[in-house]
Design a protein around this ligand. Structure first.
Ligand code: 6PG
Length: 252
């Protein structure tokens, strides 16, 4: 089921998504004692994390029992300001009593895999498999929610239009080179991995995204043209938009 929620502005979207995330994680923990979230890079994703940090209800979540993953990562040195991990730590994670063993970062470019981004991606796929239920297909954890951003041309995570990675049906994590959005080398979950999540939330703001949002929601669009169109949660897909990003959608 796909639901579109439109908020007056980007800040309200981020605050509402933060409240929704806190509730989602707390509900998951009430149900099975633990919760898992896949974070996204980008301005909207980080704004949501900043609102979680400021939220009075944030400690309704037992953060020591939350598993944190990333949907993609820029393949840069660990201390590079462009890393999604560093931006997430600054926005929220360093303020939380997380269990460091449950924060699953992607390898940096100055780590064990050096220039070999494909090997780094394969390593992360192994990390996901190690935390997957035995009967999971694909071999990834039971993500409660996968947060995603959306690019103006329809990319999500680091899956860009008209690339082989959008059609990847076997691997759960891929190395991506020559990305049109800098930095050019990245690691990304593939759509099979993203779509293993119970819920997928695509969050974006601004008029520049309006066309991509409309294309992603137009069911006829194949994922190769608009990768975001291929992102769907097992139970629910949410589009969390501001008015500007929703401008090309039919009213009502
Ligand atoms: C990244 C993100 C990317 C991002 C979109 C939207 O690492 O860059 O994963 O997919 O979410 O490009 O970014 P904005 O929210 O900044 O528009």
């Amino acid at each position: 089921m796909t639901t579109v929620l439109v908020h007056d502005n980007g800040d309200l979207l981020a605050a509402a998504a933060a409240a929704r995330l806190i509730t989602k994680l707390a509900d998951a923990q009430a149900e099975r004692g633990t919760a898992s979230v896949v974070l996204t890079g980008g301005g909207t994703g980080n704004a949501v994390l900043e609102h979680v940090r400021a939220a009075p209800a944030r400690d309704a979540v037992d953060w020591s029992r939350v598993d944190v993953y990333w949907g993609d990562e820029r393949y840069v040195p660990a201390d590079d300001a462009e890393r999604n991990e560093g931006q997430a730590r600054k926005a929220l994670l360093d303020d939380l009593p997380l269990d460091p063993r449950r924060v699953h970062c992607l390898p940096p470019a100055d780590g064990a895999f050096g220039e070999d981004v494909e090997a780094a991606a394969a390593h992360y796929a192994e990390v996901l498999a190690q935390h997957a239920p035995e009967d999971a297909h694909p071999q990834v954890p039971r993500f409660d929610v996968c947060l995603l951003g959306l690019g103006e041309e329809g990319h999500t995570a680091s899956l860009f239009p008209d690339t082989q990675h959008v059609r990847e049906s076997v691997r759960t994590v891929v190395g991506v080179r020559d990305c049109p959005k800098p930095p050019p080398t990245r690691i990304s979950l593939t759509l099979p991995a993203i779509n293993a999540a119970s819920e997928v939330w695509l969050m974006t703001t601004g008029s520049g995204k309006a066309h991509a949002v409309a294309a992603a929601l137009a069911t006829a669009t194949p994922p190769e043209d608009v990768p975001a169109a291929g992102a769907r949660g097992r139970q629910r897909t949410l589009y969390l938009l501001d008015e500007a990003a929703a401008a090309e959608l039919p009213r009502g």
